[in-house]
Ligand binder design. Structure first.
Ligand code: CA
Length: 235
């Protein structure tokens, strides 16, 4: 079993730094996107801590429970670091992690980074955003398009580093040859619709070309935020 992978993060056109972090360990079937927030470079610290904590799973033959536990460990690590250094107060991060095994996938998730699965030409969003606007979409008070353009679109209802207890969403399923997983930060999905993403992923081009095309499309759309894209194919 092998996992051809494209993984890249781009600062975007407007931000002075990149607070996103990613992990791509095809050897371990482990992939993570984290999107940090907080002043004084604190966002970078939070997302890096999340990725470092998750990477400890590589080579340990992790299962579903340990993936969610690792996200809770990352939460504790971020809170611990904030306590040591008050300049980091208020930092937090999203964390979307994918574990691929021979028999299927596990995704563990907190925040508004996303995981998608492209199968047989159809794109499905696997994660649900932990945002105020997503709650409004579910209640029927906002459309997807209104949510995307809403001034509060990035207001999170759940993130790592905020509270001692964090609820981690866990999704599991089988995998099939040809499946393509996309993990991304909201710098991609704030600019591209799911249809835009699906069109790009359907192109009969190498994985790297499609990954770069997603980043380029977000940049062409203004690149207002850091953009992270991880594409993994089940081969
Ligand atoms: Ca972001």
């Amino acid at each position: 079993m092998s996992f051809p992978t494209f993984a890249k993060t781009d600062r975007g056109r407007l931000r002075s730094k990149n607070e996103d972090a990613l992990l791509a360990r095809p050897d371990a079937g482990l992939f993570v996107v984290a999107d940090g927030m907080g002043g004084h470079a604190a966002g970078e610290v939070a997302s890096a801590l999340a990725v470092e904590t998750l990477e400890r799973l590589a080579g340990r033959d992790p299962d579903t429970a340990t993936l969610a536990d690792a996200i809770r460990d990352a939460n504790a690590a971020i809170i611990g670091r904030t306590r040591e250094n008050h300049e980091l107060e208020g930092m937090g991060t999203t964390c979307t992690a994918l574990l691929l095994r021979r028999d299927g996938y596990t995704i563990a998730h907190v925040g508004d980074s996303r995981a998608y699965l492209m199968r047989d030409g159809a794109l499905r969003r696997v994660t649900v955003d932990h945002t105020w606007v997503q709650q409004q979409v579910e209640l029927g008070s906002l459309t997807e398009s209104q949510a995307r353009h809403h001034p509060w679109s990035s207001m999170l209802t759940r993130a790592l580093g905020i509270e001692h207890e964090v609820e981690v969403d866990v999704m599991e399923g089988d995998t099939a040859p040809g499946d393509v997983f996309l993990l991304c930060s909201d710098g991609l999905t704030a600019v591209l619709t799911d249809d835009d993403i699906a069109d790009t992923l359907r192109a009969p081009t190498p994985l790297d070309t499609r990954g770069q095309a997603l980043i380029d499309a977000a940049l062409d759309g203004g690149g207002p935020d850091n953009i992270t894209v991880v594409l993994v194919e089940v081969a």
